[in-house]
Write a protein that binds this ligand. Structure first.
Ligand code: ZN
Length: 243
């Protein structure tokens, strides 16, 4: 059974479509939050994600902010402007859909959150020390996170939490994971690892393998949509740079 793992779609419809076309046949989808924010097609992205097979979807900080569950003052100016725009666009039905999303779900040996297992909606896992501390906050073997928009894996090397290894991933090469890990598949809609291509992962339980993938898409199309919607130009510009 192939599981598609995606995060931080951020209302980027062409990027989401490119990932789904590239992923091939999948049995279930785990979506790690931030479906909306930044991008120009929030309603359409929710509609597509809602119809994906075996969907487990987590709430991200942008999803929570549009519902007034966390203060918008915690966002930078451009992100806040896109949230204000989003308020005028998102239908009530879609707001209700977002509001029903959980912040944390456990599926077999996987814990799914947006930010971190310690602070599911908000904490950024950007370094080994933060990852080391967070290893205490989940009981499953794996924890899947998004939020930083940077793909990579923190692995626990010693059982006494003394050593954490971090590694990025090579696209298209299946690998296995034996240690307790925190895994970030990268962002579909706004990558920030200096590679503008949408990122995603596939977990295949038939051979217990993981694969990291990138896919090209029409960046100009979504940039034009962002500008014509009156959204901050910054969010269009950084798409081309993957930052
Ligand atoms: Zn995000």
């Amino acid at each position: 059974m192939r599981t598609l793992i995606i995060a931080d779609v951020h209302a980027n419809l062409p990027a989401l479509q490119a990932v789904l076309a590239d992923a091939g046949e999948i049995s279930q989808v785990w979506c790690l939050g931030d479906i909306v924010g930044y991008g120009p097609d929030p309603n359409e992205c929710i509609e597509i994600i809602d119809c994906l097979p075996g969907l487990v979807c987590i709430k991200g900080n942008h999803d929570a902010a549009i519902l007034d569950e966390i203060p918008v003052e915690t966002f930078n100016d451009a992100a806040r402007a896109s949230l204000e725009w989003l308020r005028t666009q998102l239908t009530d039905e879609k707001k209700q859909w977002l509001s029903a999303l959980p912040e944390r779900v456990e599926v077999d040996e996987f814990t799914l959150v947006h930010g971190s297992p310690r602070n599911p909606v908000w904490e950024y896992l950007l370094n080994r020390e933060t990852a080391r501390q967070n290893m205490l906050y989940f009981e499953t073997k794996f924890c899947l996170v998004g939020h930083t928009h940077v793909p990579g894996i923190f692995s626990l090397i010693d059982v006494d939490l003394a050593s954490i290894r971090y590694r990025s991933m090579v696209e298209g090469e299946p690998f296995s994971l034996t240690n307790k890990c925190i895994i970030n598949p990268g962002s579909v809609g706004q990558p920030r690892d200096r590679d503008p291509r949408p990122a995603y992962m596939i977990y295949d339980d038939s051979d217990v393998s993981w694969t990291f993938q990138r896919v090209a898409y029409d960046i100009k199309r979504v940039q034009t949509r962002i500008r014509s919607a009156g959204l901050p130009a910054l969010h269009a510009e950084r798409l081309a740079k993957g930052w």
